[in-house]
Design a protein around this ligand. Sequence first.
Ligand code: NAD
Length: 341
Amino acid sequence: MTKVGVNGYGTIGKRVADAVEAQPDMELVGVAKTRPNFEAEAAVRNGYPLYAAVAERADRFAEAGLELAGEVEELVVAADVVVDCTPSGIGAENAARYEAHDTPAIFQGGEDADVADVSFNARANYADAVGADSARVVSCNTTGLARILAPLDETYGVEKARVTLVRRGGDLGQTDRGPIDDILPDPVTLPSHHGPDVNTILPDIDIDTLGLKVPATLMHTHSVNVTLESSPDADDVRDLFADETRLFQIPATADIDGAGKLKEFANDAGRPRGDLWENCIWSESITVEDRDLYLFQAIHQESDVVPENVDAIRALTGDADAAESRATTEDAMGVGIDYGR
Ligand code: NAD
Protein backbone atom coordinates (compact mmCIF):
# COMPACT_ATOMS: atom_id res chain seq x y z
CA MET A 1 0.00 0.00 0.00
CA THR A 2 1.31 3.41 -0.93
CA LYS A 3 0.74 5.94 1.85
CA VAL A 4 -0.43 9.22 0.38
CA GLY A 5 -0.73 12.63 2.04
CA VAL A 6 -2.61 15.53 0.46
CA ASN A 7 -1.36 19.02 1.32
CA GLY A 8 -4.03 21.61 0.50
CA TYR A 9 -7.60 20.42 0.74
CA GLY A 10 -9.53 22.72 -1.59
CA THR A 11 -11.13 22.16 -5.00
CA ILE A 12 -8.47 19.77 -6.30
CA GLY A 13 -7.20 18.41 -2.97
CA LYS A 14 -10.53 17.10 -1.72
CA ARG A 15 -11.16 15.31 -5.00
CA VAL A 16 -7.66 13.81 -5.06
CA ALA A 17 -8.11 12.65 -1.44
CA ASP A 18 -11.38 10.87 -2.30
CA ALA A 19 -9.81 9.29 -5.41
CA VAL A 20 -6.78 8.06 -3.43
CA GLU A 21 -9.06 6.67 -0.73
CA ALA A 22 -10.88 4.66 -3.42
CA GLN A 23 -7.71 2.99 -4.79
CA PRO A 24 -7.01 -0.63 -3.81
CA ASP A 25 -3.25 -0.03 -3.55
CA MET A 26 -3.21 3.32 -1.73
CA GLU A 27 -3.91 4.55 1.77
CA LEU A 28 -4.78 8.17 2.49
CA VAL A 29 -2.70 9.01 5.58
CA GLY A 30 -4.13 12.49 5.93
CA VAL A 31 -4.89 15.91 4.52
CA ALA A 32 -3.46 19.29 5.52
CA LYS A 33 -5.54 22.48 5.79
CA THR A 34 -4.64 26.05 6.61
CA ARG A 35 -8.05 26.97 8.03
CA PRO A 36 -10.80 25.12 9.91
CA ASN A 37 -13.44 25.97 7.30
CA PHE A 38 -16.27 23.80 5.92
CA GLU A 39 -13.82 21.73 3.88
CA ALA A 40 -11.81 20.91 7.01
CA GLU A 41 -15.07 19.87 8.67
CA ALA A 42 -15.85 17.64 5.67
CA ALA A 43 -12.42 16.01 5.92
CA VAL A 44 -13.06 15.13 9.55
CA ARG A 45 -16.56 13.90 8.71
CA ASN A 46 -15.03 11.65 6.02
CA GLY A 47 -12.68 10.21 8.63
CA TYR A 48 -9.56 11.69 7.01
CA PRO A 49 -6.80 12.52 9.53
CA LEU A 50 -6.54 16.32 9.48
CA TYR A 51 -3.19 18.11 9.80
CA ALA A 52 -2.52 21.81 10.33
CA ALA A 53 -0.75 23.19 7.25
CA VAL A 54 0.50 26.20 9.22
CA ALA A 55 1.74 25.31 12.72
CA GLU A 56 0.94 28.75 14.20
CA ARG A 57 -2.72 28.36 13.23
CA ALA A 58 -3.22 24.94 14.83
CA ASP A 59 -5.17 26.40 17.79
CA ARG A 60 -7.91 27.64 15.48
CA PHE A 61 -8.92 24.08 14.64
CA ALA A 62 -9.56 23.23 18.31
CA GLU A 63 -11.57 26.46 18.64
CA ALA A 64 -13.72 25.32 15.70
CA GLY A 65 -14.20 21.93 17.33
CA LEU A 66 -12.04 20.06 14.82
CA GLU A 67 -9.53 17.54 16.09
CA LEU A 68 -6.08 17.58 14.50
CA ALA A 69 -3.91 14.53 13.92
CA GLY A 70 -0.80 16.73 13.88
CA GLU A 71 1.09 19.27 11.81
CA VAL A 72 1.95 19.08 8.11
CA GLU A 73 5.58 18.14 8.82
CA GLU A 74 4.35 14.89 10.39
CA LEU A 75 2.10 14.21 7.40
CA VAL A 76 5.06 14.60 5.04
CA VAL A 77 7.08 12.14 7.14
CA ALA A 78 4.21 9.62 7.32
CA ALA A 79 3.54 9.69 3.56
CA ASP A 80 5.33 7.74 0.82
CA VAL A 81 4.10 10.40 -1.63
CA VAL A 82 2.65 13.86 -1.00
CA VAL A 83 0.21 15.41 -3.44
CA ASP A 84 0.51 19.18 -3.12
CA CYS A 85 -2.83 20.80 -3.99
CA THR A 86 -2.16 24.25 -2.60
CA PRO A 87 -2.87 27.45 -4.59
CA SER A 88 -0.57 28.42 -7.47
CA GLY A 89 2.90 29.35 -6.25
CA ILE A 90 2.55 27.82 -2.77
CA GLY A 91 3.59 24.41 -4.09
CA ALA A 92 6.98 25.82 -5.07
CA GLU A 93 7.36 27.18 -1.52
CA ASN A 94 6.52 23.73 -0.12
CA ALA A 95 8.96 21.84 -2.36
CA ALA A 96 11.91 22.23 0.03
CA ARG A 97 9.90 20.63 2.83
CA TYR A 98 9.21 17.51 0.75
CA GLU A 99 12.85 17.31 -0.35
CA ALA A 100 14.07 17.67 3.23
CA HIS A 101 12.15 14.52 4.15
CA ASP A 102 12.93 12.68 0.89
CA THR A 103 9.21 12.39 0.25
CA PRO A 104 8.37 12.24 -3.46
CA ALA A 105 5.89 14.97 -4.37
CA ILE A 106 3.29 15.74 -6.98
CA PHE A 107 2.47 19.34 -7.82
CA GLN A 108 -0.40 20.92 -9.76
CA GLY A 109 -0.59 22.86 -13.01
CA GLY A 110 -0.65 26.26 -11.31
CA GLU A 111 3.06 25.82 -10.56
CA ASP A 112 5.80 26.60 -13.05
CA ALA A 113 7.15 23.55 -14.86
CA ASP A 114 10.50 23.77 -13.08
CA VAL A 115 8.87 22.98 -9.72
CA ALA A 116 9.22 19.26 -10.53
CA ASP A 117 11.49 16.81 -12.33
CA VAL A 118 8.85 16.24 -14.99
CA SER A 119 5.46 17.54 -16.15
CA PHE A 120 2.91 14.75 -16.39
CA ASN A 121 -0.12 13.47 -18.23
CA ALA A 122 -1.00 9.78 -17.91
CA ARG A 123 -1.92 9.41 -21.61
CA ALA A 124 0.95 11.42 -23.06
CA ASN A 125 4.11 10.75 -21.03
CA TYR A 126 3.55 8.43 -18.04
CA ALA A 127 6.90 6.68 -18.56
CA ASP A 128 8.84 9.96 -18.16
CA ALA A 129 7.75 10.15 -14.51
CA VAL A 130 8.52 6.56 -13.52
CA GLY A 131 10.91 6.66 -10.61
CA ALA A 132 11.19 10.49 -10.61
CA ASP A 133 11.25 12.33 -7.27
CA SER A 134 8.57 14.78 -8.32
CA ALA A 135 6.04 15.42 -11.05
CA ARG A 136 3.73 18.29 -11.98
CA VAL A 137 0.30 17.26 -13.26
CA VAL A 138 -0.38 19.77 -16.02
CA SER A 139 -3.40 22.08 -15.78
CA CYS A 140 -6.99 21.10 -16.53
CA ASN A 141 -6.89 22.63 -20.01
CA THR A 142 -3.51 21.14 -20.88
CA THR A 143 -4.72 17.75 -19.65
CA GLY A 144 -7.76 18.05 -21.91
CA LEU A 145 -5.58 18.92 -24.91
CA ALA A 146 -3.00 16.18 -24.26
CA ARG A 147 -5.70 13.52 -24.14
CA ILE A 148 -6.78 14.25 -27.71
CA LEU A 149 -3.43 15.27 -29.21
CA ALA A 150 -1.55 12.14 -28.07
CA PRO A 151 -3.78 9.63 -29.89
CA LEU A 152 -4.17 11.93 -32.93
CA ASP A 153 -0.39 12.30 -33.22
CA GLU A 154 0.26 8.57 -32.75
CA THR A 155 -2.33 7.56 -35.35
CA TYR A 156 -2.38 10.32 -37.98
CA GLY A 157 0.51 12.64 -37.13
CA VAL A 158 -0.17 16.23 -36.04
CA GLU A 159 1.21 18.87 -38.36
CA LYS A 160 -0.19 21.85 -36.45
CA ALA A 161 -2.79 22.40 -33.72
CA ARG A 162 -4.67 25.66 -33.20
CA VAL A 163 -6.92 25.89 -30.16
CA THR A 164 -9.11 28.68 -28.77
CA LEU A 165 -9.86 28.14 -25.09
CA VAL A 166 -13.00 29.76 -23.71
CA ARG A 167 -12.30 29.63 -20.02
CA ARG A 168 -14.62 29.85 -17.03
CA GLY A 169 -13.97 32.97 -14.98
CA GLY A 170 -13.75 31.05 -11.69
CA ASP A 171 -14.77 27.87 -9.89
CA LEU A 172 -18.07 27.75 -7.97
CA GLY A 173 -16.46 28.83 -4.71
CA GLN A 174 -14.28 31.57 -6.21
CA THR A 175 -16.58 34.50 -5.48
CA ASP A 176 -13.73 36.96 -5.94
CA ARG A 177 -13.10 36.02 -9.59
CA GLY A 178 -14.59 37.38 -12.80
CA PRO A 179 -15.50 38.82 -15.20
CA ILE A 180 -19.16 39.08 -14.16
CA ASP A 181 -20.37 40.76 -17.36
CA ASP A 182 -17.71 40.74 -20.03
CA ILE A 183 -15.72 38.61 -22.47
CA LEU A 184 -11.98 39.07 -22.07
CA PRO A 185 -9.20 38.03 -24.42
CA ASP A 186 -6.94 36.53 -21.72
CA PRO A 187 -4.15 37.00 -22.40
CA VAL A 188 -4.64 39.48 -25.22
CA THR A 189 -1.24 38.47 -26.63
CA LEU A 190 -0.46 35.11 -28.21
CA PRO A 191 0.18 32.44 -27.22
CA SER A 192 -1.78 31.73 -24.05
CA HIS A 193 0.29 29.60 -21.67
CA HIS A 194 -1.55 26.43 -22.70
CA GLY A 195 0.39 25.75 -25.91
CA PRO A 196 3.81 25.97 -24.25
CA ASP A 197 2.39 23.86 -21.39
CA VAL A 198 1.36 21.14 -23.87
CA ASN A 199 4.98 21.15 -25.04
CA THR A 200 6.19 20.26 -21.52
CA ILE A 201 4.63 16.82 -22.06
CA LEU A 202 4.40 16.57 -25.85
CA PRO A 203 7.48 18.52 -26.98
CA ASP A 204 7.11 17.76 -30.69
CA ILE A 205 3.56 19.05 -31.14
CA ASP A 206 3.37 22.34 -33.06
CA ILE A 207 0.54 24.18 -31.29
CA ASP A 208 -0.80 27.73 -31.01
CA THR A 209 -3.36 28.59 -28.32
CA LEU A 210 -5.53 31.63 -27.66
CA GLY A 211 -7.45 32.22 -24.45
CA LEU A 212 -10.65 34.03 -23.50
CA LYS A 213 -12.29 34.40 -20.08
CA VAL A 214 -16.09 34.50 -19.75
CA PRO A 215 -18.64 34.87 -16.94
CA ALA A 216 -19.13 31.15 -16.29
CA THR A 217 -18.22 28.75 -13.51
CA LEU A 218 -19.16 25.30 -14.78
CA MET A 219 -16.59 24.26 -17.39
CA HIS A 220 -14.09 25.41 -20.01
CA THR A 221 -14.85 24.99 -23.73
CA HIS A 222 -12.22 24.42 -26.42
CA SER A 223 -12.60 25.14 -30.12
CA VAL A 224 -10.01 22.82 -31.66
CA ASN A 225 -8.48 22.74 -35.15
CA VAL A 226 -5.75 20.18 -35.83
CA THR A 227 -4.06 19.87 -39.20
CA LEU A 228 -3.19 16.19 -39.49
CA GLU A 229 -0.50 14.55 -41.60
CA SER A 230 -3.06 12.20 -43.14
CA SER A 231 -6.76 12.42 -44.05
CA PRO A 232 -8.98 10.23 -41.90
CA ASP A 233 -12.71 10.74 -42.15
CA ALA A 234 -14.71 11.96 -39.18
CA ASP A 235 -15.91 8.47 -38.30
CA ASP A 236 -12.31 7.23 -38.16
CA VAL A 237 -11.58 9.94 -35.59
CA ARG A 238 -14.72 9.01 -33.64
CA ASP A 239 -13.55 5.38 -33.60
CA LEU A 240 -10.09 6.42 -32.45
CA PHE A 241 -11.54 8.48 -29.61
CA ALA A 242 -13.96 5.68 -28.66
CA ASP A 243 -10.93 3.63 -27.58
CA GLU A 244 -9.84 6.36 -25.16
CA THR A 245 -11.53 5.88 -21.79
CA ARG A 246 -10.96 9.48 -20.72
CA LEU A 247 -12.75 10.88 -23.77
CA PHE A 248 -16.54 11.01 -23.70
CA GLN A 249 -18.22 11.65 -27.05
CA ILE A 250 -21.55 13.34 -26.45
CA PRO A 251 -24.04 11.72 -28.83
CA ALA A 252 -26.41 13.97 -30.77
CA THR A 253 -29.37 12.15 -29.23
CA ALA A 254 -28.32 13.24 -25.72
CA ASP A 255 -29.52 16.78 -26.48
CA ILE A 256 -26.69 18.24 -24.40
CA ASP A 257 -26.09 21.76 -25.70
CA GLY A 258 -23.57 23.06 -23.20
CA ALA A 259 -21.90 22.85 -19.81
CA GLY A 260 -25.16 23.24 -17.88
CA LYS A 261 -26.71 20.09 -19.31
CA LEU A 262 -23.38 18.25 -19.06
CA LYS A 263 -23.35 18.94 -15.33
CA GLU A 264 -26.99 17.85 -15.08
CA PHE A 265 -25.99 14.64 -16.88
CA ALA A 266 -23.15 14.08 -14.41
CA ASN A 267 -25.45 14.71 -11.45
CA ASP A 268 -28.10 12.36 -12.85
CA ALA A 269 -25.39 9.72 -13.31
CA GLY A 270 -24.59 10.02 -9.61
CA ARG A 271 -21.11 11.44 -10.16
CA PRO A 272 -19.59 12.77 -6.91
CA ARG A 273 -19.89 16.60 -6.90
CA GLY A 274 -21.21 16.32 -10.47
CA ASP A 275 -17.65 15.66 -11.63
CA LEU A 276 -16.78 14.92 -15.25
CA TRP A 277 -13.30 13.39 -15.25
CA GLU A 278 -13.46 12.85 -19.02
CA ASN A 279 -13.09 15.35 -21.88
CA CYS A 280 -16.62 15.94 -23.19
CA ILE A 281 -16.45 16.10 -27.00
CA TRP A 282 -19.53 16.90 -29.04
CA SER A 283 -19.57 13.99 -31.48
CA GLU A 284 -21.45 16.04 -34.10
CA SER A 285 -18.72 18.68 -34.03
CA ILE A 286 -16.03 16.23 -35.18
CA THR A 287 -15.44 17.30 -38.77
CA VAL A 288 -12.57 16.66 -41.16
CA GLU A 289 -11.98 18.92 -44.19
CA ASP A 290 -9.01 17.59 -46.18
CA ARG A 291 -6.43 17.19 -43.39
CA ASP A 292 -8.08 19.66 -40.99
CA LEU A 293 -9.91 18.23 -38.00
CA TYR A 294 -12.33 20.43 -36.07
CA LEU A 295 -14.17 19.77 -32.81
CA PHE A 296 -15.61 21.34 -29.68
CA GLN A 297 -14.90 19.90 -26.25
CA ALA A 298 -15.85 20.89 -22.72
CA ILE A 299 -13.42 20.36 -19.86
CA HIS A 300 -14.51 20.14 -16.23
CA GLN A 301 -11.71 22.14 -14.68
CA GLU A 302 -12.34 20.94 -11.13
CA SER A 303 -12.00 17.24 -11.85
CA ASP A 304 -10.27 16.16 -15.08
CA VAL A 305 -6.82 16.26 -13.44
CA VAL A 306 -7.90 13.98 -10.58
CA PRO A 307 -7.32 10.59 -12.25
CA GLU A 308 -4.04 12.00 -13.59
CA ASN A 309 -2.90 12.73 -10.03
CA VAL A 310 -3.64 9.15 -9.02
CA ASP A 311 -1.64 7.84 -11.97
CA ALA A 312 1.20 10.22 -11.15
CA ILE A 313 1.45 8.64 -7.69
CA ARG A 314 1.95 5.19 -9.26
CA ALA A 315 4.43 6.57 -11.77
CA LEU A 316 6.61 8.03 -9.00
CA THR A 317 6.53 4.82 -6.95
CA GLY A 318 7.09 2.73 -10.09
CA ASP A 319 4.39 0.32 -8.95
CA ALA A 320 2.60 0.00 -12.29
CA ASP A 321 3.03 0.79 -15.96
CA ALA A 322 0.77 3.31 -17.66
CA ALA A 323 -1.88 0.87 -18.85
CA GLU A 324 -2.12 -0.91 -15.50
CA SER A 325 -2.28 2.31 -13.55
CA ARG A 326 -4.87 3.92 -15.78
CA ALA A 327 -7.08 0.83 -15.62
CA THR A 328 -6.81 0.58 -11.83
CA THR A 329 -7.54 4.29 -11.39
CA GLU A 330 -10.53 4.17 -13.70
CA ASP A 331 -11.95 1.03 -12.13
CA ALA A 332 -11.69 2.40 -8.62
CA MET A 333 -13.14 5.83 -9.48
CA GLY A 334 -15.64 4.81 -12.14
CA VAL A 335 -13.98 6.85 -14.91
CA GLY A 336 -15.32 6.25 -18.42
CA ILE A 337 -18.80 6.89 -19.76
CA ASP A 338 -20.62 4.19 -21.70
CA TYR A 339 -23.52 6.34 -22.82
CA GLY A 340 -26.78 4.45 -23.02
CA ARG A 341 -25.79 1.76 -20.55
P1 NAD B 1 -8.17 26.02 -3.90
O1 NAD B 1 -7.95 27.42 -3.49
O2 NAD B 1 -9.56 25.54 -4.16
O3 NAD B 1 -7.54 25.04 -2.82
C1 NAD B 1 -6.27 25.23 -2.28
C2 NAD B 1 -6.30 24.83 -0.81
O4 NAD B 1 -5.00 24.96 -0.26
C3 NAD B 1 -7.22 25.73 0.03
O5 NAD B 1 -7.96 24.90 0.90
C4 NAD B 1 -6.25 26.62 0.80
O6 NAD B 1 -6.77 27.02 2.05
C5 NAD B 1 -5.08 25.67 0.97
N1 NAD B 1 -3.80 26.31 1.26
C6 NAD B 1 -3.42 27.59 1.04
N2 NAD B 1 -2.14 27.75 1.44
C7 NAD B 1 -1.71 26.56 1.90
C8 NAD B 1 -0.49 26.08 2.45
N3 NAD B 1 0.57 26.91 2.62
N4 NAD B 1 -0.40 24.79 2.83
C9 NAD B 1 -1.46 23.95 2.68
N5 NAD B 1 -2.64 24.35 2.17
C10 NAD B 1 -2.76 25.63 1.78
O7 NAD B 1 -7.24 25.79 -5.18
P2 NAD B 1 -7.43 24.68 -6.29
O8 NAD B 1 -8.38 25.18 -7.30
O9 NAD B 1 -7.68 23.36 -5.66
O10 NAD B 1 -6.00 24.73 -6.98
C11 NAD B 1 -4.89 24.01 -6.46
C12 NAD B 1 -3.88 23.83 -7.56
O11 NAD B 1 -4.48 23.06 -8.59
C13 NAD B 1 -3.37 25.11 -8.23
O12 NAD B 1 -2.04 24.90 -8.66
C14 NAD B 1 -4.27 25.22 -9.44
O13 NAD B 1 -3.69 25.98 -10.48
C15 NAD B 1 -4.39 23.76 -9.83
N6 NAD B 1 -5.58 23.45 -10.63
C16 NAD B 1 -6.77 24.00 -10.32
C17 NAD B 1 -7.87 23.71 -11.12
C18 NAD B 1 -9.20 24.32 -10.86
O14 NAD B 1 -9.93 24.58 -11.79
N7 NAD B 1 -9.60 24.58 -9.64
C19 NAD B 1 -7.74 22.83 -12.20
C20 NAD B 1 -6.50 22.23 -12.44
C21 NAD B 1 -5.41 22.57 -11.64
